[in-house]
Structures are given as structure tokens and as C-alpha cells.
Design a protein. Structure first.
Length: 450
């Protein structure tokens, strides 16, 4: 009777006790019957089942007592069964939990296609499962399904916007899918957020970002990323080729290079490696040999002049930049270098014409307007200085060096409030990790963007 007593109220237990005292044998039979009945038996069937099995000529009073026993115990037993079923269902894993375990097992067993299919099924059950999207993305990426992986990584970065490795893998997927503008943006964002915890990705992602910078013509920025990889000990034919393209200022991806140029670009890449490691003697030897073998190659003299600037041989550097103007007269870069050498050498009048030519050749170059504005500022041509530096600010609003020089120009013009505002912007930008701590940056930084 104990099982039923736990299922009944106190009052029901008292009534059941009286019945059991009066009819102990029938109660025993009755309890055995109830325990043997399946949970699907309806209450309307209880009486007929009992009568068929135990109708031995009971008097009406006894039958009434037994039916009361039915009502009390069977009702309570039904509730107990329902509770047990609820508890059993709660203990049993739900469809998503079972699906996620199956996906994990397939992934860890290297059953890639099966794992992808199961993760897709799980994500239909739980669309905001960031871990599922992450693994779906990595599985597709490793399998070479780049369009599928970029879809998955887009969901990851939406759910986890501060996850740098997800942004990087999104960018790499977009690179392979040839969506280059989006790839460059997302690779840069991943690097800014941090790629800690994945040593391989921390090299692969900046390499591809630098490739895209070369493709876009931002050679100095690309060269800095390549140089970090070289300094970290990375060596490969692809990296050497990319360094060569950057040094020679060829806006192509390695896969787009004419095979007839392989030897030239590879040699330039070796020079680039030496410069990254600050082995300037070896780099100079390589450049001299290249100039002897390929004297009319665009930007070889420019590269040699850049090296000479780094070792402080400014007069020789100016000669190389002058030679470059003869080979690439339509490029603003050698003119900008010449103008900047004159500016930093305190010869602003000498640099004025070359800076003006650089602006004419590259009217949308913030650096060209910046250098020309600095020269005007040195010559105290305040109105022209303000005009050029305001244009540089418009083209590159996040440049600390531009804000610093513009604050000086406003002060020289007597615009105190504007000068204070630009000085404040300079200090704010300069305090950021990407800010340049010096108001007068080195030539490579000053000419970073074309």
C-alpha cells in the first residue's frame, strides 16, 4: 500500500485505510490489478475490467467500497504515472543536444561531409548557435568550400563581433572567393581585434592582407606586413614573390604575374627580405646587381633611393630618385621623395616645384597635399599651407601628422580656436595604438599612402 499512500492526500489515505481494513483480500487483488494495467487504460474501463476478473457475487456495499477504491487509487496512480513520464522525458536529451553530440563525433572522427550535414541540421534547430556556425565555417574552409564558409563566418561575426579569428577567416574565405575589397576590410579588422591563440592564422591572414594591399597599390603598408613575417622567420617562395612585387611596386597578385618576370621578381624579393632584416649591405649589393642587369626596370632606382634614405645617405638617395623620374615620369612617388628630402633638409624652396608636380600627378593623394602644405608652412605662405593641409585632412581625416601640421598652420594664420581644435585631434589620434608618436614621421611613414 505504500506506493499508493505516497500518491494520495491525507483524507484519501484515511478513506482507503478504512476500506482496506474491511476488505483486505479484495484490496490486495485490486492493487495488483492497478499495478498491472498499462498506462493507456481509460478511467471508464476500470469498472468493467474489475468486474470481469473479480465479480464473485459481491454484495452491493462491497462493490461500492471497491469502486470508491478505484476512484481514489487509480486517479492518484494516473497522476503519478504522468509525473514519472515527465521526469523521464526531462532526463532524455532533446533533439538539439543529440544533434550537437552527433556533429561533434563526426567532426572529431574526420568525417567532414557527414559533419557538415549534421551541423547544418543542428543549426536549423538552433539558428543562433555560434559554435555551430564556427565549426561549419572551418569545416567548409578546410574542404575548399569557400563560398559556404564565408556564409558561415558572416553569421559568426554577427553573433561574436569581437572575435578576431572569425573576421580573419571570413576575409580569407572572401579572398578565395575573389571578393577582394571585402576580404581586405575583414582581414584588417581581424588583425586589429587580435589573432592570438592561432599561430598559423596569425601569419596566413596578414600575408593575404598584404597581398591585397599590393594589389591596391599600397606598397609601403604591404611591405611592413611582409617585413614582420620575415622577421618572424617565415620563408616561402610565395612570400618572396610578394615581397618582390611590393619592392617593384607592381599592383598584382602573385598568381597574376607574367612567368617571364619570375626571375626579376624573385631577385627583388630577396632584396626585400634583406631590407626587412635590416641587412642593408646585402640589400644594396642585390640592388646594384639588379640595376646592372635590368637598368630600365621601373622603381628599381626608387627602391635603391629608399634604402639609401634608411642608411642616411641623403644626397645619393636624391640622385636615385632623380633617375627614377626619368624612367617613371608619370609617377608622383619619386617627386614626393625629392620634395620630402628637401623639406626635412630645411630646403623648402628647393622642394616646392617637385611637391607641386606630385600633387598634379596625384591630386587625390593626401601625402602629396601634406608635403606641399608643410613646404608652404615652412615658407610662411600661410593661406596656401592651410588650403593644402585642409585638403590632406579631407583625404585622410584620421592622420595625426596632418592634424598636427594643420594646427600649426591655423596658429600661424591667427585662427586660435581652429588651432586648438586640431591640436586636440592630434593628441587624441596620437594616443591611439595606430597613431604616429612623432609629429615629423620618418620618410617611409610620411609616404606610406599613394
Amino acid at each position: 500500500m505504500g506506493y499508493f499512500e505516497n500518491a494520495l492526500t491525507r483524507k484519501q489515505n484515511q478513506r482507503l485505510l478504512r476500506i482496506s481494513n474491511n476488505h483486505p483480500s479484495w484490496v490486495h487483488k485490486f492493487c495488483g490489478l492497478l499495478l498491472s494495467l498499462p498506462g493507456t487504460v481509460r478511467e471508464s474501463e476500470w469498472t468493467s475490467i474489475f468486474v470481469k476478473r473479480f465479480n464473485m457475487g459481491l454484495d452491493s456495499r462491497t462493490v461500492a467500497h471497491v469502486l470508491l477504491l478505484f476512484a481514489l487509487v487509480a486517479g492518484a496512480l494516473g497522476l503519478a504515472r504522468q509525473q514519472a513520464e515527465v521526469e523521464h522525458d526531462a532526463a532524455r536529451p532533446g533533439p538539439f543536444a543529440a544533434c550537437s553530440r552527433q556533429a561533434q563525433q563526426a567532426r572529431e572522427s574526420d568525417y567532414t561531409d557527414q559533419a557538415i550535414a549534421v551541423y547544418q541540421k543542428c543549426l536549423r534547430l538552433k539558428p543562433d548557435w555560434d559554435e555551430g556556425w564556427w565549426y561549419l565555417g572551418t569545416l567548409n574552409y578546410d574542404a575548399g568550400h569557400y563560398r559556404e564558409s564565408l556564409v558561415a563566418f558572416r553569421r559568426v561575426v554577427k553573433l561574436r563581433p569581437s572575435m578576431g579569428v572569425a573576421w580573419a577567416l571570413l576575409g580569407l574565405s572572401e579572398f578565395e572567393a575573389q571578393d577582394y575589397p571585402a576580404a581586405l576590410e575583414h582581414l584588417a579588422r581581424g588583425r586589429s581585434l587580435g589573432l592570438t591563440g592561432d599561430e598559423q592564422l596569425a601569419k596566413v591572414a596578414p600575408y593575404h592582407e598584404a597581398l591585397l594591399l599590393v594589389r591596391r597599390g599600397e606598397f609601403e603598408a604591404a611591405g611592413k606586413l611582409f617585413s614582420v613575417l620575415v622577421q618572424q622567420g617565415v620563408r616561402s617562395r610565395d612570400l618572396r614573390t610578394a615581397l618582390g612585387l611590393s619592392l617593384l611596386r607592381v599592383p598584382l597578385l602573385p598568381s597574376q604575374l607574367d612567368p617571364s618576370k619570375d626571375a626579376l621578381v624573385d631577385t627583388a624579393g630577396g632584396v626585400g627580405e634583406s631590407m626587412a632584416l635590416r641587412n642593408y649591405v646585402q640589400a644594396e649589393s642585390g640592388l646594384r646587381q639588379m640595376l646592372a642587369d635590368f637598368p630600365q626596370t621601373p622603381f628599381l632606382h626608387y627602391a635603391y633611393g629608399t634604402l639609401l634614405v634608411r642608411v642616411g645617405r641623403m644626397a645619393e638617395a636624391a640622385e636615385e630618385f632623380q633617375k627614377e623620374t626619368k624612367i617613371t615620369p608619370d609617377s608622383s612617388m619619386p617627386w614626393l621623395r625629392l620634395a620630402y628630402l628637401a623639406l626635412t633638409g630645411d630646403r623648402p624652396a628647393e622642394g616646392l616645384e617637385t611637391a607641386q608636380r606630385a600633387v598634379r600627378l596625384s591630386p587625390t593623394s593626401s601625402v602629396a597635399h601634406y608635403v606641399l602644405g608643410r613646404i608652404y608652412l615652412k615658407q610662411r605662405e600661410t593661406t596656401s599651407a592651410v588650403s593644402e593641409l585642409e585638403m590632406a585632412r579631407q583625404l585622410e581625416p584620421l592622420s595625426a601628422r596632418v592634424r598636427y601640421s594643420l594646427s600649426q598652420a591655423y596658429a600661424q594664420a591667427g585662427f586660435k580656436e581652429k588651432a586648438a581644435r586640431e591640436q586636440g585631434e592630434f593628441e587624441r589620434l596620437n594616443a591611439q595604438p595606430s597613431g604616429n608618436p612623432e609629429p615629423l614621421p620618418d620618410p617611409d611613414d610620411a609616404l606610406e599612402k599613394q
